[in-house]
Design a protein around this ligand. Structure first.
Ligand SMILES: [Zn+2]
Length: 416
């Protein structure tokens, strides 16, 4: 373990900025709520912009509302190094998910300025618009726009009040028809590196403050619909039943078994609806969701195929009609060796074990993978909690993460 005196970034400044940002959108003790294109998100961006100016960064916002702070390189024409995260949150979210990555990056560039450390490449901190997807059920809007993959149909998606992304953008003073201008040209980005809280308990379990991310798991979302036959719970013998829930229970058991078998895949049934829903009625109809992830697409798809075969067999045996619908299918994104190498070197220089782990949660880097090499580093989360008001990473761990980020950025930027 390195001693804290070797830390170059200003831990107090980073911590006090995190605390200030956490006041925006706070509802008593119930965490922070900063949905995209709201006044809370605007206030958060304004505060971060003020910190960017303190760090002597050149501040702008693109047509997707991404807030960008740039530190010029010795070669202003060189491809840029991007770093950052997001400042939107889920409802009643925590103080660290997103803000830590943005503020650690601002801190790193401020120290670079204070120490007069020049880099060949420009470095830009980005606070991406709507990473979480909490408002429109469709996240990573800012990073998709940066990658040039956002379509005008995407902007038709609506929040629960029927306000579309395009309308929300207009209300926030943005012009949705100009969203294409936020796309970065091919070859213009050297690398993207993001610091984020782990949102899991692997690092805590290992007793390590920092982790080096190997890849971001890609989720498949599938909806299973099972049609059996509703009937009287008292008069229908067991052998004559077509119980949709009993069949669903067997499928859910298969999901757990097949995901666990690989050691890396995670499978979750988080939604389940049944009808008619009476205490004395056999369930005739069940629908449930599956979220299946792995950082290896082949492994994930293999598990999916086995679940699908087994679900078909179970339902056939029970005379249940089964239908499945794929709601989302994202490829996993391996972190690039360019970024992993820079983070590993930074960890080693500072005396941190470059412990490797996968990201089970999605992040903006997934959207940028076709644009540039991407990578991430994680900071330990207390109890692994996230999307929760009790989400917490210690001041020391946040500072350690920012310090590693600082050195990794110097490496990626080409310190001169
Ligand atoms: Zn996040």
């Amino acid at each position: 373990m390195p001693d804290s005196s070797s830390i170059e970034i200003n831990a107090d400044r980073l911590w006090s900025r995190l605390s200030e940002l956490a006041k925006i959108g706070r509802i008593e003790a119930r965490g922070v709520t900063r949905l995209s294109f709201t006044k809370e998100e605007r206030a958060a961006k304004d505060l971060v912009a003020s910190y960017m100016r303190e760090a002597d960064l050149e501040v702008r916002e693109d047509t997707a509302g991404n807030l960008i702070g740039r530190r010029e390189g010795k070669d202003p024409e060189a491809s840029v190094v991007l770093t950052g995260s997001h400042v939107d949150s889920v409802p009643n979210g925590g103080d660290f998910d997103g803000p830590l990555g943005v503020l650690a990056a601002v801190e790193a560039l401020q120290v670079m300025e204070e120490q007069a450390n020049e880099t060949e490449r420009p470095i830009e901190v980005v606070a991406f618009t709507d990473e979480e997807g909490a408002r429109f059920g469709f996240g990573m809007i800012g990073s998709r726009a940066t990658a040039g993959t956002l379509t005008s149909e995407d902007l038709d998606r609506e929040d629960e009040d029927g306000v579309s992304i395009a309308e929300a953008m207009r209300d926030a003073g943005l012009a949705p028809e100009r969203i294409g201008e936020a796309a970065r040209p091919e070859g213009s980005v050297h690398a993207y590196v993001e610091l984020h809280i782990e949102q899991g308990r692997i690092l805590e379990n290992e007793g390590l403050p920092i982790g080096l991310v190997t890849g971001i798991a890609g989720p498949v979302w599938i909806r299973f619909t099972l049609e059996g036959e509703a009937g009287h719970a008292g008069t229908t013998p067991m052998k004559l039943r077509r119980d949709a829930l009993a069949a669903a229970a067997a499928v859910v058991g298969t999901i757990e078994t097949e995901a666990a078998r690989t050691g890396t895949t995670v499978g979750t049934v988080g939604q389940l609806d049944l009808s008619p829903g009476g205490i004395n009625i056999i369930p005739g109809h069940v629908s449930f969701s599956l979220d299946l992830r792995d950082i290896d697409q082949g492994v994930r798809d293999g598990v999916e195929a086995r679940i699908s075969d087994e679900a078909g067999r179970i339902c056939k045996e029970r005379s249940i009609e089964l239908a499945t619908e794929t709601l989302q299918r994202l490829p996993p994104v391996p972190c690039s060796e360019v970024v992993r190498g820079a983070v590993r070197e930074a960890c080693e220089a500072l005396g941190y074990e470059p412990f490797e782990l996968a990201s089970g949660a999605g992040h903006d880097g997934m959207q940028l993978a076709d644009l540039c090499p991407v990578g991430m580093l994680f900071v330990r989360s207390k109890y692994g909690l996230s999307h929760n008001p009790d989400e917490y990473s210690s001041k020391e761990d946040c500072a350690a993460g920012a310090d590693v980020l600082y050195r990794a950025l110097l490496k990626l930027g080409g310190r001169s």
